[in-house]
Design a protein around this ligand. Structure first.
Ligand code: G6P
Ligand code: MN
Length: 445
């Protein structure tokens, strides 16, 4: 079985490969193809993987290429984990928005719209090529903004593209632990869009445990989202929001804190990772050790550099890195071996959330088998959540329309309609400034 990883020179690829090395079961991945535009990054990551594989019997073979079509041909699964514009682009997304006094963040608000406008045309090109060169392959999309990008790709690949995120699983696991229940036995009632969802219940043997959590301030204070949102607000909501909702519920404070920060999260990661790739230009440098050291630094500075969770307390190391690759592997396994399993994924709505049309990509629990990911019907979202989900989906649709038509006016509309952009004039200024720093937006006319 062949897995192709787009963005194969990315820093997180060794996490995926590490998970593959631990998979001994029948039908496992035997061949990995890494694709990246940057040969230097591919070389660095290939060296890390080679050291990871040393001494592991039957380790999946690894091949690297900068030719996209060659990478796609013959693939059974494609992971799309690209970052258009790199971390430098992310830093600009964050910086420009903050300069305009609105949230500057990787995926939420103005920063996420800029990132989406840059990424959608590239994602659509990939989807078209997959449809042509590997029509039977499953595309697992990690590329952010994951919901929007998955929807763009689904217009060409239908339900063969599935978007993943580690945040809902992580949230479910932290809630289960706070309640003292085994996360493996819990059914997590989660619904919304990517980075915009709520846990409305957590059932063990049919009984909802969430009311017990919401009634207990000490228990709420024992996990990250409990501290982040505060017991009172969680009780008012009657649900536990995804950590990214912090940007909506506490927008003013976050924007102020981010504007005061020395550098954005993207700028920090950019410098840190640039150092990793630079160090590995020395052919004698120990690849795996260097990668591990960089990764630990990244985790150690998570709190200091990521004010989304500032004040929320420590996040366990497992929660920082144990997400993506595990969800991706579980998904791939369920499809490849027809092992029925439930995962929270980004898929086409198909009536799951009644306020949205059936083509809209949503983030909900899905039953996965050889036929793909099938959304499970969930309770309707309450009014305020439906309002937010519809507003953000409308923005995503403007981004998709702008990417398709190349209309700058439509891009302005996307920014202006976002609940976290408070003036049409600000939206105009954002488009102007983003176009000034991102060559990838030159298509907007
Ligand atoms: C979580 C989200 C990802 C996001 C990442 C940012 O894992 O689910 O979608 O990209 O956080 O983390 P970073 O360390 O890059 O700020
Ligand atoms: Mn995510």
């Amino acid at each position: 079985m062949r897995l192709t990883i787009l963005g194969g020179g990315g820093f997180r690829v060794p996490l995926v490969y590490g998970a593959l090395l631990g998979d001994r079961a029948e039908g496992r991945v035997t061949e990995v193809v890494l694709h990246d535009l940057d040969a230097g990054r591919l070389n660095a990551v290939s060296r890390v993987l080679a050291e990871q594989a040393a001494g592991v019997p039957d380790a999946p073979g690894v091949r690297a290429t900068t030719d996209l079509d060659e990478a796609l041909r013959g693939a059974d699964f494609v992971f799309s984990a690209i970052r258009v514009g790199g971390l430098e682009g992310r830093a600009q997304d964050e910086r420009v928005a903050l300069a305009h006094g609105v949230l500057g963040q990787e995926t939420v608000g103005a920063g996420g719209i800029a990132y989406g406008l840059r990424t959608v045309p590239v994602a659509v090109d990939i989807a078209r090529r997959v449809a042509r060169l590997a029509p039977d392959a499953w595309l697992i999309n990690f590329t952010n903004p994951a919901g929007l990008v998955t929807e763009a790709m689904s217009r060409h690949l239908g339900d063969r593209v599935i978007g993943i995120c580690d945040s809902p699983v992580g949230l479910g696991r932290r809630i289960a632990r706070a309640l003292g229940v085994d996360p493996g036995t819990a059914w997590i009632d989660y619904a919304g869009l990517n980075h915009l969802g709520w846990v409305r219940g957590l059932r063990v043997a049919g009984r909802d445990q969430l009311p017990r959590l919401l009634a207990d301030p000490a228990m709420l204070g024992s996990f990250e989202e409990g501290r982040l949102f505060g017991a009172d607000w969680l009780r008012s909501l009657g649900a536990i929001p995804n950590e990214y909702l912090h940007y909506y519920y506490f927008n003013r404070e976050t924007v102020r804190a981010y504007r005061q920060a020395e550098q954005t999260r993207g700028a920090f990661l950019h410098h840190q990772q640039a150092r990793f790739y630079e160090e590995l230009r020395d052919p004698g440098a120990p690849a795996l050790d260097t990668w591990n050291r960089t990764r630990h630094e990244r985790e150690a500075t998570y709190m200091a550099e990521n004010r989304r969770t500032a004040g929320a307390g420590e996040r366990e190391a497992e929660d920082l890195s144990g997400g993506y690759e595990k969800v991706a592997l579980a998904l791939m396994r369920a499809i490849a071996r027809d092992e029925r399993t439930t995962l929270i994924l980004n898929v086409r709505n198909r009536g799951t959330l009644s306020a949205l049309d059936s083509e809209a990509v949503v983030e909900v629990p899905c039953l996965v088998d050889a036929g793909g990911a099938h959304p499970v019907s969930v309770e309707p979202l309450p009014g305020h959540a439906t309002g937010l989900v519809c507003a953000v989906k409308a923005v995503e649709r403007e981004v998709l329309a702008a990417a398709e038509s190349g209309s700058r006016e439509t891009a302005v509309k996307a920014f202006a309609l976002h609940p976290l952009v408070d003036s049409v004039n600000v939206a105009r200024g954002l488009v102007e400034d983003y176009m000034g720093v991102h060559p990838g937006l030159a298509y907007l006319k």
